[in-house]
Design a protein around this ligand. Sequence first.
Ligand code: BTN
Length: 328
Amino acid sequence: MQSSVKQQLLEAFSKADGEFVSGQALAEILGCSRTAIWKHIEALRQEGFELEAVRKKGYRILTKPDKVTENEILIGLQTDWLGKKIVSLETTDSTQKEAHRLAQEAFKEGTVVIAEEQTAGRGRMAREWYSPKYTGIWMSIILKPSLPPYKAPQFTLITAVAIIEAIMETTGLHPEIKWPNDILLNGKKVTGILTELQADADQIHSIIIGIGMNANQKEFPDELKEIATSLAIEKGEVVSRSQLVQVILKNLEMYYDVYMKEGFTNIKKRWEKYALSIGKQITARTVTGAIRGKALGITEEGVLKLLDEEGTIHDIYSADIEIDPKTH
Ligand code: BTN
């Protein structure tokens, strides 16, 4: 929808202050047919507006989309340094790409890039990440810890704990972690984490943590239906994305500070509490092939230990895992 049409429509609804505006009145304001109005109303619905349509009365707005703009996030944000600089975009190809660029431009640690929509969102292993407008949390966080690069995988696990607890706190739902970076509800993916680095051989310059959270999607395209879900689907009601962002940032700042002071041990314990795969029979699909065995746990570095049927223990650095249905 052209933004001037959208503005005119929203102004008309705003003037009506929650009352109905007839299709005829809207058609006159916009100078178009009533059929065209109906199409514009559908476009608003696609953007997350809930509109009621009643014969002979017209249309009225019930709820507006919950935006994730800088202002919405900053008001009520309870952090000392994380998210104090927020770059919020209506649309971008990928917040991850944008955050990489800003990190190189010397944007400070704690900068957050967030978008209402990504046109080329990306996941692990160069997969696409479905990021439709106004429904999810698509954000990338710039951290600059003074650490060697081999510590970076721990940040995926720290972020997972921060996210799980944010979901529990704001929705009452109880997600689980599938190593290394999938957060699941009822066996379907609700959030993915993509941890990327700018580093030289012995020093991290920046860690870019990408978080893709399915918050308010009501449905998914056919190819994702069986494997993806959203908080709104699981809870049966729309969730506040801005509140979730605030709680994720609060938790992540807290765990990051704990990690830098005390190390990973206590966070690892929490991670293991939420982890679905530990102690189960799994198949790990790595770039060099599949290994079947029992997931024993993770190391201090976040590496998965897998005991195969011959009794050999494998260190898994990166893989997709499947849990054997018999051990569910
Ligand atoms: C995965 O599970 O494969 C990780 C998905 C990470 C998606 C997020 S959305 C925000 C950020 N920008 C991107 O392009 N990707 C990450």
